[in-house]
Ligand binder design. Sequence first.
Ligand code: ADP
Length: 477
Amino acid sequence: MSESTTPALTGTPDLESFLRAFQALATAASEQQAAGREGTQPVLPVLEAHLGQDPRALAVHTAELPVLRRVDVDIAVEAVVQDAGGGRLLGLGGGEQRAHMSLSEILQHAGIWGGQFPVGPVDYHRAATGPTTTRQMVAFGLHLFTHEDVPVVLVQRRASMRHNGSPILEVLCPDDEVAARLLDRVRAEMDARSSLRGQVVTFSGSPFDPGEAGVVHVPRPRVAREDVVLPAGTLERVERQVLGVARHRDALRAAGQHLKRGVLLYGPPGTGKTHTVRHLVGASAGVTVILLSGQTLQLVAVAAETARALQPALVVLEDCDLVAEERSHDGSGPLLFEVLDALDGLAADADVTFLLTTNRADVLEPALAQRPGRVDLAVEVPLPDAAGRRRLFTLYGGALPFTPAALDAAADATDGMTASFVKEAIRRAVLLAAEAGRAVTDDDLADAVREMTGDAERITRSLLGVGAGLPGADELG
Ligand code: ADP
């Protein structure tokens, strides 16, 4: 049994603590011997020997950290322990039960039942640290080391449903101030050494099951600016707000101007909002990018907090009208307000961009009007005009043997069509030629356009953004 057996000792503090430690050690040793094998050593005396006192008498300091940062927690803890000159890392046996109990519950139960929580192997799991790299992380472990010359036990556990998916740190330490400073230090190291800094990340899993939610690293996309076909001046305005503010950060700060910015790209589907975002992300080398869309928009508050810690940062909220529609019919859903409030909550001098896209400016506009000042630039990404379509046919068909006259004709015949329609028309032309078993010609392009603009392909056009989602697109600007 591992009942605390601290006797009423008298004498010098040094002798007293030595005797306690010795006694705990002796108890642990005899218990292990009695059990006759490794792995059944009760945890309580081990902690008591390290801390120099009964751990059950100590307050447990707990930090619940954002689920997005779980790799950073592991990196930070490792750095802090190493800085302290190293320590011991122990696991805990006792099956699943320990995962469902807080540290103080574990200690109390260990006190009553002793062997319930023996020292055991450390649990590890693997998580991504980049598009192609992973790290072995502690999933459940107890670090025994000294911080500021005071013995501490730092329990590190992976996100569990019990804790809303957040990684948890629990500190046992005879000095409360030291425990608090240790947790502050871990937080500082998480920011300083973050595995997310300068990366492009998105999330997997459901926000309703955050224990399973994970960070997914994606390679930074490369979309050249000449491959983004927009009306003259449009891309420049967006670039100035997103990239230019970052470039002139110091000048703006010196002139007392704020850095945080909200940019809205709106327009029909298939006109290049995502394409533009990909270009901006590619051009933001070294900037931390967090991409949220669909259900993961719910993580906006945590994304904003992470962006603030890891700035310069860009938070992309794709199709944010979806969350407006999800919660309410009038476009003023609470989640959309949360998105807008996250923007507002950032310090003005934070170099953080919120980049929102929507096909439904009409849905978003009332919410934005109710929360003014969050979006400082709203830019329409419209259907391409004739010159734009000609540029798109050249961009996507340029490497193929189409004559300028055929490209002109295709551009003329596709009034009202989207950029993604143009891209698909080129592919269709290549496919028609391949089916006929020959190289693609001008006629194939004309046939593809004719097919796709014909009555039979009304739904295809709608799926390529043509004729859908237009209402309200030009009401905001
Ligand atoms: P949206 O986000 O507006 O719905 P996307 O950016 O997803 O549209 O467009 C789909 C694809 O069509 C893009 O990946 C790109 O290949 C092409 N595309 C769309 N708009 C443009 C554009 N303005 N310039 C060049 N290519 C475009």
